[in-house]
Design a protein around this ligand. Structure first.
Ligand code: WT7
Length: 649
């Protein structure tokens, strides 16, 4: 695909879009960066404020000290639920697509208000107060939405942990955020599999005295262990409470949630988002990037345990009063037609998913797509990793019948919402490029020496100048780490960790992480985190983890591991299997290395630094020493030959 191939917005779509031409985008964009206070004050009017804010933004004074809509008071649950229940009580708020195909449940805004109210009263009864953290470890059942909105209703801070994380990982997150209440389910369903959530929680909270209550939703009816005095069935607790729960009005800068993500060190970061700015940003980006309007059926196939689910299953659509689909299953259950069956059955108008899912579906051909009606779809979205141009084409031509704009959206857990993406009615796309910045967003490319790279047809480290309302405010309990991580490398800018190219037309192309973070099937993982998991196994002396290009997952994980001599007698395959199991247990199956190479040494410089670029080349199958770069500082060059011999194996 040549860079100059432009795919203009379908004219019929553009005609009625919120922003319907490049010129209209440019005018609004200029306004947003020249007068951010004016622009964002207008956008803030999407929400209902209990008390108006005094200032729009004070983020310029000191780097990393960010506040938006200061002095304003509001409530996220009121904005996402009550105000819509008052005017459109019978409109579906959530359409739940259960794990089994063809099974759906509708929750209207009125019903959502009742369930959130009842849930909030349960949390209060369990001692949860404003500012307290609540851990949510639930599968994709409506209770996850009720739980999140119930926290918001009483000013509590939710920490959703994706229900694929292991007991060790869950325990670490519960401890870090100091959660006294954990909400889970007996089991989760993911396609043909059952996930034993309650028993994972039991292991995670064993001997954690800080955890007072474990509230358990019944999903499968499996026989589980209930610890007296600590564990309660959610249904029983809900039945005890009334459905109305007063709103706790909070300050715009009061925290809404913590969400853990991987960085370049072993310990996951609790990214903290606050109330006013986050919700304004989620609602505004949802409105413009998906051209959302009342009557839309927004189908974001992510899990609510990731930021995509927070912003674009729950908060963005519901703040805008738009019906949101909650999908419990997986894209290939029972077959590769499942997404499109959901689209057909629910008449979804917006579809938002990840390239990794699309790559898996594309492999199965067009028939599972064509089998279902897709004429309800207006906008197709992609998120999480670069989308290969051929996959983009397939999405556009086959899934969208060439009728629907495709929005490739670049953003991060830390950005709260979409930062770079085409507006579907305004911007001509180049497959593979996230195109142009959203309103108020100022991307800056900086070279490794910290010099800003001006002009077009350039590349550099992707940074952002200034602030936007959805920006994370801190890392929970570690503001110094927040500053060091994002604001120290390139002073004056927020550093994203991504590399990026700005082409001759000013379009942005994300080239992937430049730090030690991997993107495996759309999941963000730190190499250091996987290494420390491996070192947790008694056999391991040292480990180095790198990513390599993987046709389906985007990146695969390759671990180079040095084991203790006592384990030399072990069967190599068995040992590698045990190490994989170790990573599954310490983090999650999503972090399992694809390849484990049991090596005798690692290529290190004389000062002891592992030369990862060599390991990356070898993992990618590039054994040509010419590609290894400068190896003159290697302490023991022979180590590389040994590894190459083993990798060729
Ligand atoms: C990292 C953030 C955004 C929600 C899901 C992931 C990569 C994300 C794109 C895209 C190329 C992308 C970046 C980013 N990424 N979207 N459209 N094109 N790369 O959130 O887990 O915080 O990961 O995902 O590398 O830094 P996350």
């Amino acid at each position: 695909m040549s860079e100059s191939t432009l795919v203009p917005p379908p004219p019929a779509f553009a005609a009625s879009a919120h922003v319907s031409s490049r010129a209209a985008y440019e005018a609004l964009y200029r306004r947003s960066v020249e007068d951010p206070a004016g622009f964002w004050a207008e956008q803030a009017a999407r929400l209902a404020w209990h008390r108006p804010f005094d200032a729009v933004c004070d983020a310029d004074a000191r780097p990393g000290e960010i506040a938006w809509f200061h002095g304003g008071r509001l409530n996220v649950s009121y904005n996402c639920v009550d105000r819509h229940a008052a005017v459109t009580p019978d409109r579906p708020a959530i359409l739940w697509a259960r794990n089994e195909p063809g099974e759906y449940e509708t929750i209207t805004f009125r019903e959502l208000q009742e369930r959130v109210g009842r849930f909030a009263n349960v949390l209060r009864a369990h001692g949860v107060r404003k500012g307290d953290r609540v851990c949510i470890y639930l599968p994709m059942i409506p209770e996850i939405a009720y739980a999140m909105l119930a926290c918001a209703r009483i000013g509590a801070v939710h920490s959703v942990v994706f229900a694929g994380f292991s007991a060790d990982a869950l325990r670490e997150r519960i401890l870090d955020a100091d959660c006294a209440v954990v909400i889970t389910a007996d089991e989760g369903l993911r396609g043909p599999k059952r996930v034993p959530l309650k028993s994972v929680v039991d292991e995670a909270v064993a001997n954690l005295d800080g955890v007072r209550s474990v509230l358990v939703a019944r999903r499968t009816g499996a026989d589980i262990n209930m610890k007296p005095g600590r564990d309660r069935w959610l249904a029983d607790e809900l039945a005890r409470q009334r459905a109305t729960c007063p709103i706790e009005w909070v300050d715009s800068e009061d925290p809404l949630f913590v969400l853990y993500t991987s960085g370049s060190t072993g310990k996951p970061k609790g990214v903290l988002h606050t109330t006013g700015g986050y919700l304004v940003y989620a609602a505004t980006t949802h409105h413009y990037v998906f051209d959302a309007r009342p009557g839309d059926i927004h189908f974001c196939a992510a899990d609510a345990g990731w930021i995509t689910g927070h912003s674009y299953i729950l908060y963005g659509p519901l703040a805008n009063g738009v019906t949101t689909v909650m999908f419990e299953s997986i894209p290939t259950y029972p077959d590769a037609g499942r997404y499109w069956q959901v689209v057909d059955d629910l008449r979804a108008t917006i579809v938002y998913t990840a390239p990794t899912a699309l790559r898996a579906l594309l492999r199965e051909g067009d028939e599972p797509v064509r089998k279902y009606r897709r004429d309800s779809i207006r906008v197709l979205g992609s998120v999480g990793e670069p989308i290969n141009p051929d996959v983009w084409r397939w999405y556009h031509d086959v899934v969208g019948d060439g009728r629907c704009p495709v929005v490739d959206t670049w953003w991060q857990t830390e950005t709260g919402g979409i930062l770079i993406a085409p507006l579907p009615g305004a911007i001509a796309c180049k497959p593979g490029s996230a195109t142009l910045p959203f309103f108020g967003v100022v991307p800056v490319l900086v070279d490794d020496d910290g010099k800003v790279v001006e002009g077009n047809d350039v590349a550099g480290n992707l940074c952002l100048a200034g602030s936007w309302p959805g920006q994370a405010r801190t890392i929970y309990g570690d503001h110094a780490r927040f500053l060091a991580n994002y604001f120290a490398r390139f002073p004056g800018y927020y550093f994203t960790g991504d590399g990026c190219r700005r082409d001759a037309d000013g379009y942005y192309w994300i080239t992937g992480r430049v730090d030690d973070v991997l993107n495996v099937a759309g999941h963000r993982l730190g190499t250091a985190e996987i290494e420390s998991a491996l070192i947790g196994h008694g056999a391991v002396v040292e480990a180095a983890v790198v990513g390599f290009p993987h046709p389906l997952k985007g990146q695969g994980i390759c671990a180079y591991v040095i084991t203790r001599p006592e384990f030399d007698a072990w069967n190599r395959e068995e040992l590698a299997g045990a190490l994989k199991e170790q990573v599954r247990k310490a983090i999650s199956p999503i972090a399992t290395p694809d390849r484990i190479l049991l090596v005798r040494g690692l290529p290190k410089t004389r000062s002891g630094k592992i030369m990862r670029r060599i390991l990356r080349r070898i993992a990618a199958g590039d054994f040509d020493p010419a590609g290894f770069g400068d190896t003159s500082t290697l302490a023991e060059p022979a180590v590389v030959d040994d590894i190459v011999a083993l990798a060729r194996g």
